[in-house]
Ligand binder design. Structure first.
Ligand code: TZP
Ligand code: MG
Length: 213
């Protein structure tokens, strides 16, 4: 059984979008605003840099009980004792990641289509990242956008909790949760915001309000 996690407001980092403020300070602000989970995503930098960022994030997040998930890099997750790994369809198969990280760490898998959802690898994941909901400049090579109808169909067929990703802004909180997703995964709307704490709290408030209704 994976350790507990809350997909509600799932922040995915992007060093380029964080700009001179940096990833760690941006995440520090965003968690004040109510982020519930953080994924370190850094396909461009060298391993040493990734480890330094991951270690700083872990120091920030661990005392607050917010899990840190590492994109792609099982080795980095294990080396720094992070909470989990997130992989895509062209990364290490989820079955192999599970074998390496063990039963307690969190494993996320990106899924864009029904054939991917029906593949056996899904059984090894603790949650699915489903999208892109919209086309997004943050990941220009992402799969075709699925929209909220596509999201709802994927959620209905998913055996695992779902976090929606791709072009998601605060105005999309209601349709995303209305489609049955467990949370929203955000890159640019928080990482590139002038005020990441305010950006995160506008998501968090809308999520809380939606659930209270
Ligand atoms: N995977 C699918 S879309 C995406 C990733 C990592 C990027 C989403 O970024 P943004 O800025 O929230 O649209
Ligand atoms: Mg990947």
């Amino acid at each position: 059984m994976a350790r507990p996690f809350d997909l509600s407001l799932y922040l995915v980092t992007d060093e380029g979008l964080a700009g001179p403020r940096g990833v760690v300070e941006t995440v520090r602000a965003a968690i004040e605003g109510g982020v519930t989970l953080v994924q370190l995503r850094d396909p461009h930098n060298k391993t040493r840099h990734l480890i330094e960022t991951a270690t700083a994030l872990l120091q920030l997040l661990k005392p607050r009980g917010i899990p840190l998930i590492i994109n792609d890099r099982v080795d980095v997750c294990l080396a720094i004792d992070a909470d989990g790994v997130h992989v895509g369809q062209s990364d290490m198969p989820a079955s192999m990641v599970r074998g390496l990280i063990g039963p307690d760490r969190i494993l996320g898998l990106s899924v864009s289509t029904f054939p991917e959802l029906e593949a056996s690898d899904v059984a090894y994941a603790d949650y699915l990242g489903v999208g892109p909901i919209f086309a997004t400049a943050t990941k220009p090579n992402a799969a075709a956008p699925i929209g909220f109808d596509g999201l709802a169909a994927m959620v209905a067929a998913s055996p695992k909790p779902v976090v929606a990703i791709g072009g998601v802004k605060a105005d999309h909180v209601e349709p995303t949760l209305g489609a049955g997703a467990d949370g929203l995964a955000i890159v640019s709307a928080i990482m590139a915001a002038d005020d990441p704490a305010a950006a995160a709290s506008s998501f968090a408030e809308r999520i809380a309000r939606y659930r209270a209704e």
